[in-house]
Design a protein. Structure first.
Length: 276
């Protein structure tokens, strides 16, 4: 089973939720060779609950996952902390949605919870807690006190960071995993489909529940595979993401452009001006 532990279902957190865009992402994830993903949308993304409500309603339930065209989607979330850095939590759908609602007072910069307080909240739910891209600039997860670092269940070897400096990121991330005695698993951190497959976790056994998944993680029955063109995939995804955000900023339909749903009014108008 090939699994990506860190993915997003929206192009950007300030953009409105688009079912066609999310459907396209899930289809592309499966086409990229993934059997499962953890959908770890930003906790303060616009319409968080609508995204997860759609996954719960439209997917076929399989254990803790929701299946879309052969792809298992495990619920999760990515949360900012006051110290600087992002925390992954993966767990049952009801737990993730309730956690997100309880975090409503802490979703603006300057109001983020410190990790200790966030960890106490996580302790009330059956979730696995991960350190997202712990060595990315601006993050301070490795600087947390030892008793707080001990709360992590896994570490994210992040495809975006691997694409920038693989040697450094592998050395530091595996070093932290060894220090804490916890699994290091792979997440692409994709918001845009060309990034899928840049890094994957291949499990020897299939899993449909978080308990079974964590058992495989703890037993070490997996390996991380990095695409030989990972840097190109990440760079291309970044260029496309910026272009689509610009389309939206100019008033265009970025989903229609992406999915080839005919020429937009802006393009038609430009053609008329050129022809006139």
């Amino acid at each position: 089973m090939y699994l990506d532990f860190h993915t997003h279902g929206k192009l950007a957190k300030y953009l409105p939720f688009s079912i066609p865009y999310t459907q396209w992402l899930l289809g592309e994830a499966h086409s990229a060779g993934l059997d499962a993903i953890c959908l770890t949308e930003h906790f303060n993304t616009q319409q968080f609950d609508e995204v997860y409500g759609y996954i719960a309603a439209a997917g076929d339930r399989c254990g803790d996952a929701f299946v879309f065209g052969g792809l298992k989607v495990f619920p999760g979330m990515e949360t900012d902390i006051a110290e600087g850095g992002h925390i992954l939590s993966i767990g049952p759908m009801d737990a993730i949605r309730e956690l997100n609602r309880r975090l409503d007072p802490y979703k603006q910069r300057g109001q983020f919870l410190p990790f200790a307080a966030l960890a106490r909240l996580f302790d009330e739910y059956p979730v696995l807690v991960g350190a997202a891209h712990p060595f990315r600039e601006g993050g301070h997860i490795p600087d947390l006190p030892d008793d707080q670092l001990a709360r992590f269940d896994f570490i994210d070897l992040n495809g975006k960071d691997i694409a920038e400096n693989r040697v450094r990121i592998e050395r530091l991330t595996y070093g932290l995993g060894h220090q804490l005695g916890i699994p290091v698993v792979a997440g692409s951190d994709t918001h845009q489909a060309t990034q899928y497959g840049c890094i994957r976790t291949r499990f020897d056994r299939d899993a449909a529940s978080f308990s079974a998944l964590y058992e495989e993680m703890r037993a070490g029955r997996y390996e991380i595979t990095i695409h030989p063109e990972a840097a190109f995939k990440v760079r291309t995804a970044g260029i496309l993401k910026r272009a689509l955000k610009e389309v939206h900023a100019l008033g265009g339909d970025y989903v229609g452009v992406l999915l080839g749903q005919g020429e937009t009014p802006a393009v038609l108008a430009a053609k008329q001006r050129a022809a006139g």
